[in-house]
Write a protein of this length. Structure first.
Ligand code: ZN
Length: 346
């Protein structure tokens, strides 16, 4: 039967056809809606899975940290530490007060740790997407800058960006627009903003736990007010092994623990904390010493108006480290193995 004869036989067909068409359209639309809903659900489920994977990665990392803490110390305690021996290449003598710059180095503190790479491997490769680049590197380098912000902070940030490197800035309380902008930039560009006391006045902050707590609250609140972020890492002015404090540094370390803040010292000193300006070559040598002997390397440098050679050395330093085998430069985070000069007696 031909199309035209069909039409002729059924007069009401035009309307039903239109009705049929809109039925089909409706059906099509509902199928489309269904498909959209399914797609949405699928994406949700996928996101959940991703999140679960990330969470399990975090649990693994935590387990790893606990295991590391149980099986060995990164840094053997240095006995001579509290007697005020300036480290090799360090010019600054013991600091007695207001001056900036840590003079305490860690002479011979390097290369002694027992290298135990327990759990690397299987457990980590299960969730490769949780791992940030560099997490699996055998040698991790944490570049840290104390005493900033300074006139050089912007320059340091630009250099770090250029090499796609994240670092850690232990800042002090500087009440200026410029300093506040620098702190915001540090956070915005993905670096870690740590605390280094508000006043940086040894005589004040180490006078008593109360004095320390007051100063601590001040820098913590200041960072929060300026950046909207809660800082969770601290570096003692002079380091935990400073020779200035008359009180046991554990009093302050214990206080930090009650505040859920972890302190970090260093096991590589650039030497730029002394009063003499070190040439770029010396800084490069100091800052790369022993990296391949250790798993965790925390490099002490200064972000300070007087330390221009530190900034001059930075590009070459990063290049030198990046050229090393199986080395990654990372910012300090909560999962970073703490490098501390003082150790609890067991
Ligand atoms: Zn300092």
């Amino acid at each position: 039967m031909s199309e035209s004869s069909k039409k002729a036989e059924m007069p009401g067909m035009g309307r039903t056809r239109r009705g049929g068409k809109s039925m089909i359209l409706m059906m099509f639309l509902s199928i489309l809606a269904l498909a959209v809903i399914l797609l949405f659900l699928f994406v949700k489920v996928y996101e959940q899975e991703q999140m679960l994977a990330r969470l399990s990665g975090q649990v693994e990392r935590l387990t790893r940290v606990v295991q590391e803490n149980q099986t060995g110390q990164e840094e053997p305690a240095e006995d001579g530490k509290l007697t005020g021996d300036p480290g090799e290449g360090q010019v600054g003598e013991e600091k007695t007060g207001e001056d900036t710059g840590e003079s305490e180095d860690k002479p011979g503190g390097e290369g002694k740790e027992t290298v135990d790479l327990l759990e690397d491997g299987d457990s980590q490769t299960e969730n490769p997407e949780d791992l940030e680049e560099g997490d699996l590197a055998a040698h991790k380098v944490y570049l840290t800058f104390d005493d900033g912000p300074s006139i050089y902070t912007d320059e340091i940030l630009d250099i770090l960006d250029e090499y796609d490197v994240k670092a850690t800035f232990f800042v002090v309380g500087k009440d200026s627009d410029r300093a506040r902008e620098a702190m915001q930039e540090i956070v915005a560009r993905g670096h870690t903003l740590g605390m280094h006391s508000y006043s940086h006045k040894y005589s004040q902050i180490y006078a008593s736990v109360d004095a320390f707590a007051d100063d601590f609250a001040k820098i913590r609140e200041y960072i929060y007010e300026v950046t909207g972020q809660e800082s969770t890492v601290y570096r003692f002015p002079g380091g935990s092994s400073n020779t200035v404090s008359n009180l046991d540094m554990w009093l302050f370390a214990d206080y930090l623990e009650t505040q859920d803040v972890r302190f970090f010292d260093w096991n590589i000193s650039s030497g730029d904390g002394g009063s003499q300006i070190l040439p770029v070559e010396t800084l490069l040598e100091n800052c790369t010493k022993g990296i391949l002997d250790r798993e965790t390397n925390v490099v002490l440098m200064h972000d300070s108006a007087e330390k221009h050679t530190t900034i001059e050395a930075l590009p070459a330093l990063i290049e030198k480290i990046q050229a090393m085998e199986d080395v990654a430069i990372l910012p300090i985070t909560e999962k970073t193995h703490p490098v501390q000069h003082i150790h609890r007696e067991e």
